[in-house]
Ligand binder design. Structure first.
Ligand code: AVJ
Length: 322
């Protein structure tokens, strides 16, 4: 089967309005911040794919190792009819699951959901070509607030991989997991990938690679704001910072102004002043402990059924049931 036409629940207009709102709120706040979802235009998505191949960036490889070892367990335990993937991006690791379900039988539909139309077009076309028996329904939506758009019925498995849960603050995380539970029927499944707490040096290196790809990815948010909102940020005027917060157990990415500057954001009719050394927080990426993620799932109404790590104990994949 060829992929079905994308179901678009997020109009360009909604995205534009949201970006304007986020930039106005974030850049007039103290300290300044921008949400990480705006990294991912076509160039940002490519840079992220490049990050996943860097020697320092262990999460993708570690998660792939877990899925390689346990995809068959996941297919057998869940017996899912529908696999929904949130923030699917290139759907690369998902193939490990699709292959396991092909061996096991029973999976009829794959539903990748992402905010990026371009990433979804590519992913759905490739998956549909490679898995001809599968119904492939791509959905353009924002999983942080459109979980009500998930298809219903059948035994569903929702996969939320890559450690993206860590981009949410603890309060947002609790709200997200509860909303996820509400969107599911009792008996449905959640497969959750989370990066684990480890030696801070290992984590910092993963977010500050020696080739400078992550720095380029970080600055990309400024290029997006320049293009979409007519701003005049000089991306090279900012230093890339990756900082481990030991109390909150998360890594923070920031952009630090190399000198004092005034930035014009034409479409918001807004001037933003930055002092020399002033920072804009662009991402948090929380790292988890096994007991912690299990407790968070239980608070949201899930029952953890299994959890696996890679041999290095770097990354955790948890299977929970609604
Ligand atoms: C896609 C959110 C899982 O937090 O590790 C990679 C994004 N940021 N390098 C992560 C990211 C910097 C990534 N997630």
């Amino acid at each position: 089967m060829s992929a079905e036409p994308l179901e678009i629940h997020l109009k360009d207009r909604d995205l534009a309005r949201e970006l304007r709102h986020d930039v106005r709120v974030g850049l007039t706040a103290t300290p300044k911040w921008l949400p990480p979802k705006w990294f991912y235009d076509a160039r940002g998505s490519e840079l992220f794919e490049e990050i996943t191949r860097l020697p320092e960036y262990y999460p993708t490889r570690a998660e792939r190792a877990v899925l390689t070892a346990h995809a068959d367990d996941i297919a057998r335990l869940t017996g899912a009819k529908t696999l929904i993937e949130l923030g699917s991006g290139s759907s690369d690791k998902t193939r490990l699951l699709l292959d396991a379900f092909s061996r096991h039988g029973g999976l009829g539909t794959f539903v990748p959901l992402d905010v990026s139309v371009s990433a979804l077009r590519q992913a759905t076309a490739q998956i549909a070509a490679d898995y001809p028996k599968l119904r492939v329904r791509g959905i353009v939506a924002d999983f942080t607030r459109q979980l009500d758009r998930l298809p219903t019925g059948g035994r569903r498995l929702v996969a939320f991989l890559g450690g993206t849960l860590g981009n949410l603050t603890p309060v947002e995380r609790a709200a997200f997991l509860s909303a996820m539970r509400s969107a599911q029927e009792t008996g449905d499944w959640l497969l959750l990938g989370t990066d684990l707490v480890k030696d801070p040096q290992v984590v910092v290196a993963a977010y500050d690679d020696s080739a400078g790809v992550t720095a380029d990815f970080n600055r990309n948010v400024l290029r997006v704001v320049n293009r979409e909102l007519g701003a005049d940020f000089e991306p090279e005027g900012f230093e890339h910072i990756a900082l481990w917060d030991a109390d909150r157990e998360w890594i923070e990415m920031r952009l630090r102004a190399r000198r004092a500057m005034r930035v014009r954001i034409a479409e918001l009719d807004l001037d933003v002043d930055l002092a020399e050394g002033e920072e804009i927080r662009t991402e948090i990426s929380a790292k988890f402990r096994r007991a912690g993620i299990s407790a968070e799932l239980v608070s949201a109404g899930f029952v953890p059924r299994a959890a696996w790590t890679d041999d290095g104990g770097l990354f955790l994949v948890t299977l929970a049931q609604a």
